[in-house]
Design a protein around this ligand. Structure first.
Ligand SMILES: CC(C)(COP(=O)(O)OP(=O)(O)OC[C@H]1O[C@@H](n2cnc3c(N)ncnc32)[C@H](O)[C@@H]1OP(=O)(O)O)[C@@H](O)C(=O)NCCC(=O)NCCS
Length: 163
C-alpha cells in the first residue's frame, strides 16, 4: 500500500515567515530558472531577498503561504486588487499543483475585491504556467535588478472568463 501524499494547505503570510520564504525564493530561482536566465541574472534576482524591503513588500501585499504537513513550500502575493506580484514554489515540490492552489486562491481574492481582470509580470520560466491558466501576453518588459537586466512579460486574464 502506498502512503497518502500530504495535502497542501494555504495560510496568510506572517512576519516570522520571512527567512523560510526567502529560502524558497532563492531555491526556486536557482534551480528552476536556469534555462531562461544567466547565472548573473539569477544571482541578482536572488539577492533581492536579502534586502529589508523584501519582508516589507510581502507584508504590504496580500501574501499567502502554501504548506505541506505544516511546512512552507511556496508563496504568492496579490498587490492591490489586480496584480500578482510574487509566485515561487520550492523545487523539491514543483509540478505538484502548489502554484495552481496559490493562484486559484489569488484569483478568487482578486475577484472578491472587485477586480474584473488580473495581471502578472511573468518570468520567462513562469510564462507557460500562466498561459495554461488563460493569461495572455500584453507586453515584454526589461527590468533592472541589482545592475542586471531581466526580461519578463506582462500577462493578463479576464476573471470569470472560461480558460
Ligand atoms: C512557475 C512555478 C511557480 C510553477 O509552480 P508549480 O507548483 O510547479 O506549478 P503547478 O504544479 O501548479 O503547475 C500547474 C500546471 O502548470 C504547468 N507548468 C508549471 N510550470 C510550467 C512552466 N514553466 N511552463 C509550462 N507549464 C508549466 C504544469 O506542468 C502543470 O500542468 P498540468 O496541470 O497539466 O500538470 C515554479 O516553477 C517556480 O517557482 N518557478 C521559478 C520562480 C518563478 O519564475 N516565479 C514566477 C515569477 S512571476
Amino acid at each position: 500500500m502506498g502512503q497518502t501524499l500530504p495535502k497542501p494547505a494555504l495560510r496568510p503570510f506572517l512576519p516570522a515567515d520571512v527567512p523560510v520564504v526567502a529560502a524558497i525564493f532563492a531555491s526556486a530561482i536557482e534551480e528552476l530558472t536556469g534555462d531562461d536566465y544567466s547565472e548573473a541574472q539569477q544571482e541578482a534576482w536572488m539577492a533581492a531577498a536579502e534586502e529589508d524591503e523584501f519582508g516589507r513588500r510581502l507584508a504590504s501585499d496580500l501574501t499567502l503561504v502554501a504548506t505541506l504537513d505544516g511546512s512552507p513550500v511556496g508563496f504568492a502575493s496579490l498587490r492591490g486588487n489586480d496584480h500578482i506580484s510574487m509566485l515561487y514554489v520550492h523545487p523539491a515540490v514543483s509540478g505538484q499543483g502548489i502554484a495552481t492552489l496559490l493562484v486559484d486562491a489569488l484569483e478568487k481574492l482578486s475577484g472578491g475585491r472587485g477586480a474584473t481582470s488580473l495581471t502578472v509580470d511573468a518570468s520567462d520560466t513562469a510564462q507557460g504556467f500562466f498561459a495554461k491558466r488563460g493569461y495572455t501576453a500584453q507586453q515584454r518588459n526589461s527590468v533592472t535588478i541589482n545592475d542586471e537586466w531581466l526580461a519578463n512579460t506582462t500577462m493578463k486574464k479576464t476573471l470569470g472568463a472560461p480558460q
